[in-house]
Design a protein around this ligand. Structure first.
Ligand code: HEC
Ligand code: HEC
Length: 285
């Protein structure tokens, strides 16, 4: 039998559901090194700088969203591309912090470096409050990035083999890395929208950072929400470095970046002739 007091407690239970969610939101924090970000401070910044694309509710449906491609991230599902955590995991606070500072090259998402570190930490806390995953889940063990192997001709050769045959990167990214592999036109993101594979020949920057370490992270953790898979179960660390050296070599101006042991630039053919003491010039990238 349902008594009046039952009804009252059920009402209270229903009501507390509504109360609990906003409380969880205002309590959300971020921790980046010695910084602590607060969602409360982040909310104001978000309304000022982010809402136009990512929307009031964080669902990626801001008023500018119809005009941008790819679409702004829907924060309510808690899925992020740039992570140091394994595929399928929520990112570290630091991952989100770095993304906000760096922006996502080739998309409408600009770098937010003019904001202070504290402001960016507050934004991280606020963005986390849109998805219950940040309350319910813990991020998995972050990837450790081992020392890079030398970027020399042998490594590039092994990388080519992995790219073209063993790992089938060419299926999506194309034989010459132009983003035009046999599967390219069929690829969609997790919202069902078409998404092109990266073109290694024309594009000069990457979404989740510029360094070889950043590319290592992409290969080993994948870009969640996109068809770019994680290869952590199929690649040994030295094979991942080989692949990175190979995809870097697909740029037409690659030969200009080849330096000999004394730091002098050398023509591409020197490099191809197997002088393994030569390394890539990372300084001008
Ligand atoms: C002009 C539109 C625009 C504005 C303004 C904007 N963003 Fe974005 N943002 C995007 C787009 C587009 C993406 C998705 C890009 C992609 O999927 O490659 C994105 C993605 C993101 C991501 C996801 C990164 C990942 O790893 O998946 C975060 C975090 C983010 N934005 C934070 C912010 C914050 C914080 C602000 C405000 C300070 C902001 N954005 C303002 C367009 C915008
Ligand atoms: C099933 C198709 C598919 C396969 C297979 C695939 N990729 Fe990708 N890759 C993509 C897509 C799509 C993107 C672009 C995602 C985006 O823009 O968010 C991408 C992006 C990338 C990026 C750019 C990351 C950035 O930060 O911008 C790199 C590097 C990359 N892939 C390397 C590889 C390598 C190396 C292999 C093979 C070991 C591989 N991919 C296999 C579909 C694929």
């Amino acid at each position: 039998m349902i008594t009046a007091s039952h009804v009252t407690s059920m009402r209270f239970a229903a009501l507390s559901c509504f109360l609990v969610i906003p409380l969880a939101i205002s309590a959300q924090e971020s921790h980046i090194g010695d910084l602590t970000g607060e969602a409360k401070g982040g909310q104001q910044l978000y309304r000022r700088y982010c809402v136009g694309c990512h929307g009031e509710r964080g669902d990626g449906r801001g008023e500018n969203a119809p005009h941008v491609d790819p679409k702004p991230r829907d924060f309510t599902i808690g899925t992020f591309k740039c992570r140091s955590t394994p595929s399928g995991n929520i990112p570290l606070d630091k991952d989100l912090f770095n993304t906000i500072g760096r922006g996502l090259y080739g998309t409408a998402m600009p770098p937010w470096l003019p904001l202070t570190r504290q402001q960016r930490a507050d934004l991280v806390a606020y963005i986390k409050s849109f998805s219950p995953r940040f309350v319910e889940e813990k991020p998995g063990t972050p990837l450790e990035i081992p020392r890079e192997t030398p970027s020399e001709q042998d490594s590039i050769g092994r990388g080519r083999e992995l790219y073209q045959t063993a790992m089938k990167c060419s299926q999506c990214h194309g034989k010459e890395g132009r983003g035009d592999g046999p599967s390219a036109l069929t690829l969609t993101d997790d919202k069902g929208l078409p998404i092109p594979p990266y073109d290694f020949t024309t594009a000069s920057k990457f979404k989740c950072g510029e360094s070889d370490e950043d590319l290592y992270r992409v290969l080993m953790t994948g870009l969640d929400g996109s068809p770019m898979p994680s290869f952590s179960n199929s690649l040994k660390p030295e094979q991942a470095w080989d692949l990175i050296h190979y995809v870097r070599s697909l740029r037409p101006d690659f030969h200009e970046r080849v330096k000999d042991a004394k730091g002098n630039r050398r023509p591409w053919r020197w490099f191809r002739s197997g002088r393994s003491e030569m390394t890539l010039d990372h300084s001008t990238r």
